[in-house]
Design a protein around this ligand. Structure first.
Ligand SMILES: [Mg+2]
Length: 423
């Protein structure tokens, strides 16, 4: 059957934990937690064996270990995850150029036009998952649907290591029994409000008059009504056509304070930098998004003197922006996004400073090295154990010196570099 529009949402299962179980056979079939410091850190990934105990990613480590005292805790190896991620995306690229990455281990693929060459999207999803399994020995799940929102929900139904198809014309029926909390944009507070209005399931929302919903809920009423009716006009936007490139993470448990948030910002900034370079784009503006536990969301922006595709620069800017938000409050989401994108060669203005040019070259070298030898070079000291990556240390030596100097020059707490792996 040919689909008028075919979207695959591909999502790796317990990604970091699966990579660890693959690389360390002793961990296969065992309850594995990839995480940081046992008291202060959070769970970065939980293998399927440990999930029955209630352990979830982003949960504080202390709590996770109370739930599953026998779990094996493995420190993260981000280089390995970035490598695996790139390999996964290279498999996607065999089948469509329309790939919208949502994170290291998750993407939307528009395979509508791929049907001519590769046939049925359902068989194609199975093929992609089989290639990921055969070539990378990693489990992936997929949702196949006509629109993004439905494909994303469907991949959850396929987990673990499976896929779920919502055939054309069946999306409304698929969504109807699900709780309203599954609609995009519905958090616990909104869910409570909807349930009070008698809207318990997505089907309840779909059944109401659009006019009543907008009168009762304002503009989001229309948004919920459309989603509930499986109407989602958003297209899959590959990075090279994007107006902005961002990375964000919702924490399962809220985080508080600079020390807890910075490593996430760093990871997000590095992800954005890599995607910018891959798309041959640079950003003029960096934006930080913070969503608090009460769902209040705010953004802080900063215009750069010189456009950049350097994840380290993005991170520095994002951290500077972080000082402009209230860090005493609990945070449920952070995001870093690159905006006002320009082509890689358009940014050389009259006053282009020599320093950024040097880091251009640095990043080009790092990316080439990544392609050849893996991606160790783009991960920095607060994300990985320093001894593992002598190559990187060499390349970043200059930047490290500059940072150390800046650290001496400023009051200590203003530029303290968080090292998640220490202690
Ligand atoms: Mg995943």
């Amino acid at each position: 059957m040919s689909w008028a529009r075919a979207i695959i949402h591909l999502d790796m299962d317990a990604f970091y934990a699966s990579v660890e179980q693959r690389d360390q056979p002793a961990l296969k079939g065992k309850p594995v937690i990839v995480g940081g410091h046992p008291q202060r850190g959070v769970v970065l990934a939980a293998s399927y064996e440990v999930r029955p105990f209630g352990v979830r990613s982003a949960m504080p480590m202390g709590r996770a270990l109370k739930l599953a005292p026998k779990a094996i805790v493995v420190p993260p190896r981000f280089d390995a995850y970035v490598d695996a991620s790139e390999a996964v995306f290279r498999i996607f690229e065999r089948y469509t150029p329309l790939i919208e990455p949502l994170s290291l281990d998750e993407a939307f693929l528009d395979v509508t036009a791929s049907q001519t060459l590769f046939g049925d999207p359902v068989a194609l999803a199975a093929r992609i998952r089989r290639e990921i399994h055969d070539e990378l020995a990693l489990p992936a799940s997929a949702g196949i649907a006509e629109v993004k929102f439905v494909a994303k929900i469907a991949s959850d139904s396929g987990k673990p290591n499976g896929q779920f198809v919502v055939a054309p014309g069946t999306a409304k029926a698929f969504l109807a029994p699900l709780p309203v909390g599954r609609l995009w944009g519905v958090g616990p507070k909104t869910e409570e409000q909807l349930v009070r209005l008698g809207l318990r399931t997505i089907g309840d929302v779909a059944a109401r008059e659009l006019e009543w919903l907008t009168r009762t809920l304002g503009p989001s009423g229309q948004h919920f009504w459309e989603l509930a009716n499986a109407i989602d006009a958003r297209v899959v936007v590959p990075d090279r056509e994007a107006k902005s490139i961002g990375a964000q993470d919702t924490f399962e448990e809220d985080l508080q304070g600079d020390e807890a948030l910075s490593p996430h910002l760093h990871g997000q900034a590095l992800r954005v930098g890599r995607r910018l370079r891959k798309a041959h784009l640079k950003a003029r503006v960096v934006q930080l998004t913070v969503k608090y536990d009460d769902f209040q969301s705010l953004t802080r922006r900063r215009r750069l003197e010189v456009p950049t595709d350097d994840g380290q620069v993005l991170y520095r800017e994002a951290r500077a922006l972080l000082t402009r938000v209230d860090l005493g409050r609990k945070v449920r989401l952070t995001g870093v996004s690159a905006q006002e994108l320009v082509g890689q060669n358009e940014q050389l203005g009259l006053f282009a400073a020599p320093a950024p040019e040097r880091s251009d070259k640095l990043n080009a070298v790092l990316d080439r090295i990544s392609e050849k030898f893996g991606t160790k070079a783009v991960v920095t000291a607060d994300l990985v154990k320093a001894d593992a990556f002598s190559l990187r240390d060499g390349f970043y030596a200059e930047e490290k010196q500059a940072r150390a100097k800046a650290e001496q020059a400023k009051p200590k707490d203003a530029v303290r570099v968080v090292r998640d792996e220490d202690a």
